[in-house]
Write a protein that binds this ligand. Structure first.
Ligand code: ZN
Length: 174
């Protein structure tokens, strides 16, 4: 369930949040809001621990609704780092909210990319044909971790060991 948010704790829960926050601005008299409510609850459950999902009554929180220029309900706003990053107005499908929110969740940067089978660092990307390059002799890590993080930011990339042929997804637990 998505918790109810009040004006009094908006700053603490949304602006100062270290994780992405979704706020569903709605009203009790609004039909589409009632239909969106279970979708918002589903989103809250799916992202528990990764993002915070709230409902906010625009009639009880006129100040916040005005501050963010809410002209119609429901309006769903996505916050990250204390700032609005995205918003959708009206009744929208779960998939759209899920896609927007998942894009805001940061994928942990792998500390080292090694083949789990042979420990080789000579690996390449399978799906995009992007070569990650070869490690220097002695098995040092492949380049700056930040660079790898950029390459592996997409969860869909599989990497292949050039030594033994083993393929795996760096984000998946081996
Ligand atoms: Zn290998």
């Amino acid at each position: 369930m998505a918790a109810e948010l009040q004006s009094s704790n908006f700053d603490q829960e949304v602006i100062k949040s270290s994780t992405p926050v979704v706020v569903d601005f709605s009203a009790v008299w609004c039909g589409p809001c009632k239909m969106l409510a279970p979708v918002i609850d589903k989103l809250a459950n799916a992202y528990e621990g990764k993002a915070k999902v709230f409902k906010m009554d625009v009639d009880n929180s006129r100040d916040i609704a005005t501050k963010f220029g809410i002209r119609g309900v429901p309006t769903v706003i996505f916050f990250k780092g204390g700032a609005e990053k995205d918003r959708v107005v009206g009744l929208v499908p779960y998939e759209m909210l899920d896609k927007k929110l998942s894009a805001m969740i940061e994928t942990p940067v792998p500390e080292a990319i090694k083949c789990p089978q042979c420990q080789s660092t000579q690996i390449t990307s399978q799906e995009k044909g992007f070569s990650l390059g070869k490690a220097a002799a002695g098995g040092v890590l492949l380049g700056p971790v930040g660079l790898l993080g950029g390459v592996l930011g997409s969860k869909k990339i599989n990497v292949v060991c050039l030594n033994c042929g083993h393929s795996w997804s760096p984000d998946a637990k081996e």
